[in-house]
Design a binder for this molecule. Structure first.
Ligand SMILES: Cc1cc2nc3c(=O)[nH]c(=O)nc-3n(C[C@H](O)[C@H](O)[C@H](O)COP(=O)(O)OP(=O)(O)OC[C@H]3O[C@@H](n4cnc5c(N)ncnc54)[C@H](O)[C@@H]3O)c2cc1C
Length: 315
């Protein structure tokens, strides 16, 4: 094209060439298929199922995929449907839906579980949100403390639930602390919450919300929408319902599990049987079990872990 053609004319010419370049088969009419059996809503027509957690927190289920399933089925149906695409006739020997879902969970054939998705609305303290956000496979949209003034909601445990630092686990807690010390700790939290009034005042005086928030403690609540597929939700739950996770996030994870259980009961049962309540044994542990000899390692932590498993097994 000559370079002296005015810009507007060049743009018009380019556009007119595009349809030719993209020419292919025309889109054919859509076919709409009616369901073979009537469909039911897995949430029973509700817009939201919500479980309160602590004083100000909650986990709310807002949507599910599939939302509609054939009458008499649960959303486990979508897992089975996907698995049958990959196995085809091979599923004839596990032709029962429950057996197939349990087989998939046992053998870590995980992609059919990704066909089920859940969308949650969650309110939790920022120190819990920081742990939660490490789970990278979810889609997240969080409230913005740059855009909005954060509501006056803080996490405060009761006196009887202020926990002591664990001596054996540097990351964990172990039992409750004496009342006097618990009271001092709650006073400290109250002092931190007192910053909220100053935060509001300084925003009124014109300080940007994005800066003013820097004075608020991590006990402040935040909220987000969190959408994730069932495979990755199970991964999240296996880590966050575990005893090693902080108690507060365990409370949220258990609420989440309670919300999805009625929707995918078969997958949740298999998850409990083959993952949550199951036990992983290392090669050294298998050998110790087989030979009846002590664990072949000098590592004291590994030995302690083996002892914990032995006692769980009643050995
Ligand atoms: C009890 C406990 C203590 C913890 N302590 C600490 C700590 O002290 N410090 C700290 O920083 N973190 C800590 N964490 C966080 C932990 O290290 C993980 O970041 C968190 O549990 C998320 O796990 P994940 O990466 O498996 O999950 P997700 O991010 O949900 O990912 C799920 C899976 O997808 C795959 N995946 C996702 N993204 C990628 C990627 N980019 N590359 C490759 N594979 C990917 C992996 O297989 C992963 O397991 C702790 C977690 C727990 C449960």
């Amino acid at each position: 094209m000559p370079s002296d053609v005015p810009t507007e004319q060049r743009a018009t010419t380019t556009t007119s060439v595009l349809p030719e370049m993209m020419a292919g088969a025309p889109v054919r009419p859509m076919v709409r298929t009616a369901p073979e059996t009537p469909l039911i809503d897995v949430m029973g027509g509700s817009s939201r199922w919500q479980i309160p957690v602590h004083e100000h927190g909650f986990v709310a289920l807002c949507d599910a995929m599939p939302r509609l399933v054939p009458e008499g089925k649960t959303a486990d149906f979508a897992i089975v449907q996907a698995a049958r695409v990959s196995y085809g006739d091979g599923t004839k020997h596990v032709n029962e839906d429950r057996g197939l879902v349990r087989y998939l969970l046992r053998h870590r054939h995980t992609t059919p579980l990704e066909m089920v998705e859940f969308k949650f609305h969650i309110a939790m303290p920022i120190f819990i949100a920081r742990q939660w956000i490490r789970h990278r496979t979810a889609n997240v949209n969080e409230c913005s403390a740059r855009y909005s003034i954060m509501p006056d909601r803080f996490y405060r445990p009761s006196i009887s639930s202020v926990r002591k630092q664990s001596k054996s686990n540097r990351q964990g807690s172990d039992g409750t602390i004496d009342v006097g010390t618990a009271e001092q700790f709650l006073e400290l939290l109250a002092d931190a919450e007192a910053h909220y009034a100053k935060y509001l005042k300084l925003i009124e005086q014109g300080v940007a919300r994005e800066l003013a928030r820097a004075a608020l403690p991590v006990s402040l609540y935040t909220e987000w929408y969190w959408k994730c597929d069932l495979h990755n939700i199970f991964h999240f739950l296996s880590l966050r319902m575990d005893d090693h996770a902080q108690l507060e996030i365990q409370d949220f994870a258990r609420a989440m599990f309670a919300l999805i259980k009625p929707i995918v009961p078969i997958a949740c049962e298999a998850f409990e049987d083959y993952r949550l309540k199951s036990m992983h044994l290392t090669a050294l542990e298998v050998e110790a079990l087989r030979s009846g000899q002590p664990l072949a390692t000098e590592n004291s932590r590994e030995r302690a872990e083996w002892e914990a498993k032995r006692s769980q097994l009643g050995l």
